[in-house]
Design a protein around this ligand. Structure first.
Ligand SMILES: Cc1ncc(COP(=O)(O)O)c(C=O)c1O
Length: 381
């Protein structure tokens, strides 16, 4: 082999060879560069178009003045603030470089050879990548007819090898919400099974979009902290990437039992949370008024965008998140390609088994109008 380039063939196992890399929403710069458009509007990654609290920006700038120092590896101040915010203890809070990182940490810690991870086929694709990249089997239950989790199908799909169950609530990419009664019934049925000596699996409630739930409209929305307190082996996943508008800084966290947290911390990369992210997230958490205002704007925008999409004759899935999923009645990737030529970036969700559905993040009024007008032209043409 000396002197020749063998390439990467044979370097990886089957699990990695069969993986497809995560495909994020197209970055604005890429679309502008490749398609020669200007002022592209990105509503593709469920970011918060209103941005973070101004206090978070001040805190981030202050943290920039000490860039030569390693960050606090324990994220002490942020974890202390999160524990107080949720009424839990600090040993129950684990931070991640985005909640995405914690998905991988959970698989690494708790799913061993021959064991599996389960979720819904129409849910966040990172669960599948997290499982498969660690060589673990991924069990996908079919999505329900209402585009929500089919919890009966999920129960039927879970087998004795399953050690982790991921439930995104609200779900991405469909925006649907599982109510408290259904969620608790699912957990009871799961726990009532005759599990072996290792006991029932961990259930991860991924609540990346929890702040956007309209609790007036959905009085049945679960209080996940109560579930966390009552059902052992429940892990809550949260993020600063959505309601708090800090996606660029990569800050997520888990609330879990101290034993589970202890294991997660053993596999956590040292210094996984950068100092700017720690400072900004802490300030953002404290600015409750900003979060409330921004979330109210997003919820109002969700109503308007849903109505606008229905006005175009599209079927829209009722959403409790900061995005809306619409059936465009044809290949959604082609529709998105045409939208990008009009400087609008949305997200086709084919990898979640919904090839004719397009996901659009909620925007400000003029941004919603732009996406609706572009869609009207593309679908009409
Ligand atoms: C359901 C869900 N969970 C987790 C994440 C990851 O968020 P982050 O890694 O930015 O915290 C996302 C991002 O889109 C998501 O939709």
């Amino acid at each position: 082999m000396t002197g020749t380039r063998a390439g990467a063939v044979g370097l990886v196992g089957e699990a990695i060879a069969g993986l497809k890399a995560y495909e994020p929403g197209k970055p604005i710069e890429e679309v502008e560069r490749e398609l020669g458009v200007k002022d592209a509007l990105k509503l593709a990654s469920n970011e918060n178009v209103w941005g973070p609290s101004p206090l978070a920006l001040v805190a981030a700038k202050e943290a920039l003045s000490k860039l030569w120092l390693y960050p606090d590896a324990a994220s002490f101040a942020l974890r202390q603030a999160l524990a107080a915010f949720h009424g839990v203890t600090m040993p129950e809070v684990v931070v991640g470089n985005g909640s995405n990182e914690i998905i991988g940490m959970l698989v690494r810690c708790f799913v061993h050879d021959g064991q599996s991870v389960a979720s819904s086929a129409g849910s966040f694709i990172a669960y599948k990548i997290g499982a498969r990249s660690h060589g673990r089997r991924y069990i996908e239950a079919p999505l329900g007819a209402d585009y929500g989790y089919d919890l009966d199908a999920l129960l039927a799909a879970i087998d004795e090898s399953t050690r982790l169950v991921f439930i995104a609530n609200p779900n991405n990419p469909t925006g649907t919400l599982i109510g408290d009664g259904a969620l608790r019934a699912f957990m009871r049925a799961l726990d009532d099974r005759p599990w072996g000596p290792a006991g029932p699996p961990i259930v991860v409630l991924d609540e990346a979009y929890v702040e956007f739930i309209d609790r007036g409209e959905r009085a049945d929305a679960p209080d996940s902290l109560v579930i966390f307190r009552t059902r052992p082996r429940t892990v809550l996943l949260r993020t600063f990437s959505k309601a708090y508008g800090l996606a660029a800084l990569r800050v997520g966290y888990a609330v879990c039992e101290p034993d589970i947290a202890d294991y997660l911390n053993r596999v956590r990369d040292p210094f996984n949370l950068n100092a700017v992210g720690q400072a900004a997230a802490r300030a953002a958490l404290a600015d409750v008024a900003w979060t409330r205002t921004v979330v109210a704007a997003a919820v109002a925008s969700r109503v308007a965008l849903s109505a606008g999409l229905r006005g175009l004759g599209l079927a829209v899935v009722p959403s409790q998140a900061n995005f809306v999923l619409a059936d465009v009645g044809r290949n959604a990737k082609a529709v998105n390609d045409a939208l990008m030529k009009r400087a609008v970036i949305a997200r086709p969700v084919g990898p979640s088994g919904l090839p004719s559905h397009l996901r659009v993040t909620v925007g400000r009024e003029h941004e919603n109008e732009r996406v609706l007008e572009a869609l009207r032209v593309v679908l009409g043409g």
